[in-house]
Ligand binder design. Sequence first.
Ligand code: ARG
Ligand code: ZN
Length: 860
Amino acid sequence: KTKRRADYMPPAFTISDVKMDVVLHPTAARITSYLTVKRLGNHHEKLILDGEKLVLNSVKIDGKITQDYEQTDSSLSIPNVPNSFQLEVITTIDPENNKALEGLYLSSGVYCTQCEAEGFRRITYFLDRPDVLATYEVTLHGNKNKYPTLLANGNPIARGEGDNGSHWVTWQDPHPKPCYLFAMVAGDFDVLTDEYTTTSGRKVALELYVDKGKKARGPFALESLKRAMKWDEDTYGLEYDLDIYMIVAVDFFNMGAMENKGLNIFNSKFVLADQNSATDEDFFNVESVIAHEYFHNWTGNRVTCRDWFQLSLKEGLTVFRDQQFSADMTSPLSNRIKHVRVMREHQFAEDASAMSHPIRPDEVMEMNNFYTVTVYDKGAEVIRMLHTLLGKKKFRKGMDEYFRRHDGQAVTCDDFVAAMQSVTELDLSHFALWYSQSGTPLITVSHQYDETAKRMSVTLSQHTPKTADQSVKRPLFMPVAFDCIDSKGNHYQDDEQRVKNNMLLLNEPSVTLQFSDVTSALIPVVLGNFSAPAKVKNPLPSEDLLAIFRFARDAFNRWDALQQLYDWCIEQYALGKPEAVTASIWDGLKEVVEREAQNHELLGECLVIPSFETLCQSRSLVDVEQLRQARRAFCQDFAQELATPLLTVYKNIHTGDYEYTLEAVNARRCRNVVLNHLARLPQGQELVCKQFNSSDNMTDTMGALKAAQHGDKEQFEKLLASFEQQWREEPLVLDKWFALHATQERDDILSHITLLREHPQFSIGNPNRVRALIGSFAFYNTAGFHAIDGSGYKFVTDYLLMLDKTNPQVAARIVTPLTQWQNYAPVYQEKMKVQLGRLLNEKGLSRDLFEKVSKSLAYD
Ligand code: ARG
Ligand code: ZN
């Protein structure tokens, strides 16, 4: 059942034109497809089309009905076809009972589709692979009252009325596309409209479709879209290529959003936002996802993937582009820290697990399992390294060349690298190893100071530990931002000037830098701006870390030095010697708060203690309970020791009326991070309540609510109840409340969640709800999920056994924490594996879960 990248074969046939006629019906929608099929090359093979969960009504070849075909539950084979012909296939599907949310389904009364990666085969028989590009003309028929809006890709070219109150609309998409970009929608919406004129003068109608009554939450998404369109023109010279751009928000959606040509379909949580219901983070995510999907129009749609192993070709590149955009719209530092948190919390964990794979995977059982942090986020880091190595100008040149060569084609990651290679002297052949080698490289820094010779030497060595999928690793080519300072903040250059513009190109197992005529030991500052997706081991005493915080040029290094300091402190607590965190360290931290009190962006980030998940990545065989207690005790002491300066910061930040501006976002962020610490102290309670009651926006409300969980339990329950009272009719807002419940440390957490599953707004059929309640528990409730008796693991497993029957894709996401057992102490591992075993034994387990669970159990 495993497919291999090495086995790629071009298709035996292609389909150049598709005409579809769709008669909507909740349980029996009828799809008629007319395909222009052509044999490719000289052969006599039969035509094999993909199809799943389809009822076949009829097959015609060049207008003549035929019975000469073979059907399996995943294919339709037709032997003896001409070299070039028209194929008509009629099928019937059942959108209402499609709970997997792939293909055509009903989302609270709205028909919509999700075809990536292999969902089109659930609509009609087709060559469901991204290297078959066709133009589409689609006619939708539906009831005019219930579905006044009928949409598909491209431009509307005709419409009319039918019998029994029905109407129809025909859409034509002139750009040849793979079927995973196909989309259609039918419903009754509120519409926001706008217009955008491209630099070369094309007028584009913008249309945003949202649930009736939600119009007021749409403008931010629409404004974001215009900013993204402008940015892509300014930054990459890329313009939109149709007269209409539509975005539809739906409530039931497996992922974030989908870049269907001219007709994006979004999870409503990445569209709807206003100050009352959305946090600053929600606003940020809306803008970034809107941009991501828009940017796909070039990186994904105009130039697409030859096969699904190449997914990072479009996803890594598009994530990099949306990251650049967000950094330009907001600020580079907080964005960079966000990306690094994702890498350290999730991608490093994936690489350490049985699911480890290169950004361009070699083997896949279920493609939906490979929409991963590795393909997306590590993929973006690889593009970012290219950007660093080539520089902004050459990178742009390379992108231009990529589009010049491949516009309208389905290509590979190698094609992308080749386009980049064509604009640089730098040999990228070694660099390309990032595409095929999995695992997280570890950069170890060691240094020696020879006092008599006044010489300092610093050695950086790299090593990538073997992973579940590959046992032999080679050294990588990576840009390592490097600086060397002394304790007074002077910067030093190495003798041979191997470091140029603060960048060291590491392409060997190790490199040693010499520094002469230095009068004291220097402090190496490594991997500025997270210049490569690597771990760093650079053990430095606390005073050196504080010196880096004070003097490093790179803001990311400054933040990271404190992260390392916190990590070390927590380790001392875990070892039972909290006294190792001396008064002078606390003084150093106080000074940080006082000195940076005005710099809300930096301070806000620097006061975040590394998450439990991040701490796990610098440890092995984690004793969960011990580390959790250590982190908690450190946080408590942190609040106590820094109470005075933190209180001052809190009181001095006045945010005024809500505005979504950079300064205001940074101020709120800093204030809420500080409140989260203060809430652990008696004097924090009052502040929390005051903020909760006086807040005019969701950011401060949630800030207070989250902080409240560290204080008096009764108080916290009261605030939670009042929040629910206010938002009980708004499931999207209630998700925040579900998630907060699910991550509580309480002895009765399992019965508590069981109770919440009965909440009128909870539904197992809605992925947002399931992720909020069950996903948050599995991913972030350390105490509950890792309960030593195994009850948390069992609880999640029981739920997954049920969920897998209807929505395997979401089930396979939520199983992730269980599959990462290798990170924990044996007592935990054993209990996790017991539950994985239960899953594996389940009859009819989905391919999605089977792939992850079987790999996980086979790993040792
Ligand atoms: N291409 C979409 C995006 O990144 C993701 C869709 C993936 N969906 C899926 N079911 N695997 O924006
Ligand atoms: Zn994407």
